[in-house]
Design a protein around this ligand. Structure first.
Ligand code: GTP
Ligand code: MG
Length: 457
């Protein structure tokens, strides 16, 4: 009922960016979409939107019904429910992409009784109407925000429902055993075979194994989605900003031979072999009386806690300073890559581990650094051929919760508790799992009981 109310009005929003692009699209969705756009549209041959076939383009003009003035030349696409993004009637108005025509058309729609869509509301409707589950709805945003092609690949596979398919398998495993337990508990009067502890255990252990498979590589998956925060730290003038510029292949940060050049933090995403790294160039760490620089140094220090990865850089042509030694002690427990820069200034034999020799003048050492960055992230755990990968922290949390409930079920069973209590743990596990896709549990168990055990046939 609540969902019905939510979906009652017809909504509209600009679906493309609000710039001066060639084309802009205004999307209208809801029961009244066709009826409300119709009076604002005129086709030279008198064709109407109502009579137009679904999924075909209709050429014409948007017209202000008050003044009869043409607003813009448009192509309308009509998509009749349920074959549309929201599974409702949808009209997309392809007009010119300027702010004025789009605002004017949107204004006409609003005066006609259409409501402005809230952020994400089209996708929310697709979910409420059952066309997408929650993981698929989330994938839409991930596709829009994808930082690398690999990230995009996993988001697209999530939108296609590949993750949901794997979750469904676990769900079915648990639902089968749960419905058997519930049938024993709720319908003792029917002659249903008692479920044995060993059957329950087999199902629960199988489900845990499958969850572990789904979670495989999820640490890297999360990184594909969120990126890995990488801070370049070191004393002033060692070449931190030069490294950022080299990695970005553009002169983003100011580089000079004056120590203390970088005062504020600069952040940029780079793509290394498909992994998005958020590289943060920082102010060189040193004691200083300059207020602006002092704040910068403070920020660099604070970054130590936030960064997933630290690139610590020093100038090999200078002796290791006491401050550098202190910093390196602080970095002991962090994922750190150590760079010895400016090798062009000093003849050095083989660099002792873990230092990577580098010269940003010649770009020597950059490939080694990139390889090291990728190795640190993968740590050998990712199956790159996987057709899906859990990338979302919310999904990872729910899968872990599900596993905890399943372990609890095994413990409840081991301590000799009755099936009523074991079933509560399994039920909690199913609920945790279903929070990922947004499916409700109640009716499904009842349906399973009736289907499998022919109760009340
Ligand atoms: N010879 C040589 N000079 C370098 C190298 N890398 C950077 N430099 C020079 O070192 C100076 C300092 O470089 P930056 O990149 O500004 O150093 P930074 O660590 O960002 O310095 P702050 O922002 O002051 O902390 C500049 O003059 C660079 O051109 C290198 O590999 N070899
Ligand atoms: Mg700098």
């Amino acid at each position: 009922m609540k969902e019905q109310l939510l979906n009652e009005d017809t909504i509209a929003a600009v679906a493309t960016g609000l710039g001066g692009a060639g084309i802009g699209i205004i999307r209208v969705s809801g029961d009244q979409a066709i009826a409300l756009v119709e009076p604002l549209f005129k086709n030279p041959k008198g064709k109407t939107l109502t009579k137009a076939a679904s999924h075909q383009l209709l050429y014409g003009q948007m017209v202000d019904p008050q003044t009869n003035m043409d607003i813009d030349e448009v192509l309308l696409s009509k998509m009749v429910k349920p074959h549309s993004y929201t599974a409702e009637d949808v009209v997309e108005i392809n007009c010119h992409g300027g702010i004025v025509p789009m605002q004017k058309i949107l204004g006409l729609l609003l005066s006609a009784g259409v409501r402005m869509a809230e952020p994400g509301e089209f996708t929310k409707r697709a979910f409420l109407n059952g066309r997408l589950d929650l993981t698929q709805a989330e994938a839409v945003m991930d596709i829009i925000n994808a930082k690398t092609e690999e990230g995009l690949k996993y988001s697209v596979s999530q939108l296609e429902g590949k993750l949901s398919d794997h979750l469904e398998e676990i769900d079915q495993e648990l639902l089968a055993i749960l419905s058997h337990m519930e049938a024993n508990i709720e319908y003792p009067e029917f002659d249903i075979e008692e479920v044995t502890n060993s059957e329950i255990k087999t199902s629960v252990v199988t489900a845990v194994k499958k969850i572990d498979q789904v979670l495989e590589g999820s640490e890297a998956g999360k990184i594909y989605r969120e990126g890995i925060t990488t801070a370049i730290l070191g004393e002033p003038n060692v070449g931190k900003s030069s490294l950022l510029n080299t990695l970005l292949m553009e002169n983003k940060a100011i580089v000079t031979d004056i120590p203390g050049t970088t005062r504020d933090i600069i952040e940029e995403y780079i793509n290394v072999k498909g992994i998005p790294f958020k590289i943060i160039d920082t102010a060189g760490i040193r004691e200083t009386d300059n207020e602006v620089e002092r704040i910068g140094v403070e920020k660099s220090r604070n970054l130590l806690d936030k960064a997933n990865l630290v690139i610590f850089m020093r100038d090999i042509s200078k002796p290791l300073s006491q401050r550098e030694e202190e910093l390196m002690t602080l970095l002991k427990n962090k994922n750190t890559i150590y760079i010895a820069n400016k090798t062009d200034l000093k003849e050095t034999e083989k660099m002792p581990d873990p230092w990577i020799p580098m010269s940003l003048l010649t770009e020597a050492g950059i490939d080694l650094l990139k390889q090291k960055m990728v190795d640190m992230v993968y740590a050998g755990t990712v199956n790159q051929d996987a057709d899906y990968l859990v990338t979302n922290s919310r999904h990872i949390n729910q899968l872990n919760k599900c596993k905890e409930h399943l372990h609890a079920a095994l413990e409840t069973m081991a301590s000799g508790m009755p099936v009523e209590l074991i079933s509560i743990d399994v039920m909690n596990a199913v609920e945790s799992l279903r929070e990922i896709t947004g499916k409700a549990v109640g009716m499904d168990i009842i349906n399973q009981i009736f289907k499998n055990f022919c109760i009340g046939k």
